[in-house]
Design a protein around this ligand. Structure first.
Ligand SMILES: Cc1ncc(COP(=O)(O)O)c(C=O)c1O
Length: 349
């Protein structure tokens, strides 16, 4: 006999990409980590970390960290809520807004965690298909009547950006909350931060996992008007951001030059990788992120995924409609990308 709630019994758990041990000899292009290391300023803070800071609980509202982030985003400090990665903010949002009888909407394919989290709340789902070019299905999303609408921009896995005018239209027409998940924005040409000032129902999510090379730290920010953040603050864990993330986060945000330099290198490598895959017959969607979505010649993605894995290169493959003929490939260092192309050539020959 199981005492689980029925919807949890039925729930298909979210499947993160494979994480081999750090010493494994693989080229890891499967979970969109930044291919460059974190800022030396971050490592310095870690090396000098005082035990006293660990003995005590951290500041429940991470005030110094939020003040730093707010300055960067151009909003008042109480418009920022720090969290244990954007994934925590997503979990807080569904817990605050979704329940049976209410709906979450999002275009698909997108970050699969939205579905898992909404199902945990036993909420309804309005999953609206993107077209082949990943235009935002604005009208369908508005018609869905959802209480929470998730837009991932740049979208994982297509790497395409939602145009500002579409997002503004959604924010003004939706009868609910619009969450713009900007995990990959550090590699993009445009973002939706200005919408937070214009619309009370918009929550923008940012993370240090990608642009700042700190996926292992677990730190993200929700940016919204204070009335909107209030509900999330009520239900968060008291000490949701640990003492290390509080300090290291400030150091990371202080080194914009490091983040920008690495993002610039990734954007350049992305263009080169796109061109080289194009030469091998791949269709590659225009990317604004640190990964690309690519359809191999003949759509033989699954066999290519397996052949790459056998040769020590991990990329992401999903055996599901719209994605089963494509691979999502994280942009690696120049050396990693060269190795990928060389192995692809060999396999495809
Ligand atoms: C679209 C999207 N949002 C959020 C996250 C998770 O971010 P974080 O590491 O801050 O929890 C990811 C991670 O891959 C992602 O792809």
């Amino acid at each position: 006999m199981s005492y689980l709630r029925k919807n949890i019994e039925r729930l298909e758990a979210y499947m993160p990409g494979e994480q081999p041990p750090p010493e494994a000899k693989v080229i890891k292009l499967n979970t969109n980590e930044n291919c460059y290391p974190p800022s030396p300023k971050v490592l310095r803070v870690l090396k000098g970390f005082r035990g006293e800071l660990l003995r005590r609980y951290p500041d429940p509202m991470s005030k110094a960290l939020c003040a730093k982030a707010a300055k960067l985003y151009g909003v008042p400090a109480d418009w920022v809520l720090a969290g244990n990665g954007s994934d925590e903010h997503l979990a807080l949002i569904v817990r605050a807004y979704l329940e049976p009888g209410r709906k979450a909407a999002y275009p698909v394919p997108t970050y699969a965690l939205y579905r898992t989290l909404a199902r945990m709340q036993d909420a309804g789902l309005a999953e609206i298909l993107f077209d082949e070019d990943y235009h935002l299905p604005v009208e369908g999303l508005i018609r869905s009547g959802a209480v929470v609408t998730f837009i991932c921009s740049p979208n994982n896995p297509s790497a395409t950006v939602a145009p500002a005018k579409d997002l503004a239209r959604l924010a003004s027409r939706l009868k609910g909350i619009l969450v713009v998940d900007e995990a990959y924005t550090d590699f993009a040409d445009e973002n939706a931060m200005s919408l937070v000032r214009r619309f009370k129902n918009v929550i923008v999510l940012r993370t240090v996992s990608k642009g700042y090379s700190l996926a292992g730290l677990r730190l993200g920010f929700a940016i919204a008007q204070p009335d909107t953040l209030e509900g999330l603050i009520k239900i968060k864990d008291s000490y949701n951001v640990d003492a290390v993330a509080n300090r290291v986060g400030i150091a990371a945000l202080s080194d914009q030059a490091w983040k920008d330099k690495n993002a610039g290198k990734i954007v350049k490598s992305r263009a080169k990788l796109t061109k080289n895959l194009g030469r091998l017959g791949f269709r590659v969607w225009p990317s604004q992120a640190n990964f690309i979505l690519a359809r191999p010649p003949g759509g033989r993605a699954q066999s290519l995924y397996r052949a790459l894995k056998k040769r020590g290169i991990l990329v992401r493959y999903w055996n599901q409609p719209r994605l089963d003929d494509k691979l999502r490939i994280t942009v690696g260092t120049e050396e990693e990308n060269r190795a990928l192309i060389a192995v692809m050539k060999e396999i495809l020959r």
